[in-house]
Design a protein around this ligand. Structure first.
Ligand SMILES: C[S@@+](CC[C@H](N)C(=O)[O-])C[C@H]1O[C@@H](n2cnc3c(N)ncnc32)[C@H](O)[C@@H]1O
Length: 269
């Protein structure tokens, strides 16, 4: 099996386990299947509870920003959420687009799609749709979307250029995106980089900020900007599990850092 497929299978396996946990369980206990993990999404997650449209059943505490805050979504828009999980950002977007708009969530983990559909049904929304599929091959037609959002997902995609090209393809020629994600600055020690658990925990699959912005530019996006940026403070138990003393010192001196960012870009044809 090729490496990218192997990584994606691992991601599906881990998020299948996470889907059945509550936000509190994800924060306080083991994330993932097949054993306890120290990877805790709470180091990235933001508080959504005061946001209009918030639905606690859809909030698994897996985000690393609030992309809808920056996405300039209008009533009536068609919004696409990449890696929609249980639907957290989709329901916030639905509040903004209203009954005349449309929200589409795409995810490759079947139980996440199932959970999101149950949440949409409970809310009686007929314009929030969850589609099973991969971001690198989106089940969405060309030029059909006003705004793309995504929350802590693209770092998990092994072929980011392919994912960015798909984003460009499905956006309307006047469309734009606002994406929250994890990126790196400086060289991450190998132990952090090579660990599958850290991959699913949004760290090992993250690429350098400059490379991320460069790829977005390469596929054609214009007017790129970083709307928000925050340095992630890794808890001691993660530092001690993966790094030796010298590496911990380098981390504390800021030689390498893990950033959560929210990035904006436009398709301008
Ligand atoms: C960290 S969770 C974030 C979920 C959601 N955005 C939220 O904030 O609650 C990552 C999600 O992205 C999905 N995902 C990861 N890689 C994907 C890919 N290549 N295609 C589609 N979904 C993907 C996973 O299945 C998982 O549900």
């Amino acid at each position: 099996m090729d490496k990218n497929k192997e990584i994606k299978n691992k991601v599906i396996e881990i998020y299948t386990g996470i889907a059945d946990q509550t936000k509190t369980e994800n924060a306080n206990s083991c994330c993932g299947v097949g054993g306890c993990s120290t990877v805790d999404h709470e180091v990235f997650a933001e508080d959504y509870s005061k946001i209009k449209g918030y639905n606690s059943d859809a909030d698994l505490g897996l985000g690393c920003g609030i992309p809808t805050e920056f996405a300039q979504i209008n009533e009536g828009d068609t919004v696409l959420d990449l890696g929609s999980g249980a639907g957290n950002d989709c329901f916030v977007a639905r509040e903004i687009v209203g009954a005349t708009g449309k929200v589409i969530g795409v995810d490759m983990t079947p139980v996440m799609i199932k959970k999101a559909r149950i949440n949409a049904e409970k809310l009686n929304f007929n314009n929030v749709e969850f589609r099973y599929g991969e971001i690198e091959d989106l089940p969405v037609s060309d030029g059909s979307v006003d705004v793309i959002v995504s929350n802590c997902v693209l770092n998990l995609v092994p072929d980011k250029e392919k994912a960015f090209r798909e984003m460009y393809r499905v956006l309307k020629p006047t469309g734009h995106f606002s994406v929250s994600d994890v990126v790196l600055k400086g060289d991450l020690p190998l132990a952090l980089k090579n660990d599958a658990e850290m991959y699913a925990g949004c760290v090992s699959g993250a690429i350098q900020l400059d490379e991320y912005m460069g790829l977005l530019e390469k596929v054609g996006f214009k007017n790129l900007s970083i709307q928000k940026q925050k340095v992630t403070i890794l808890p001691n138990e993660i530092l001690e599990k993966y790094l030796n003393k010298d590496e911990i010192d380098l981390y504390k001196q800021g030689e390498f850092s893990i950033l959560s960012i929210t990035v904006y870009g436009e398709r301008v044809d």
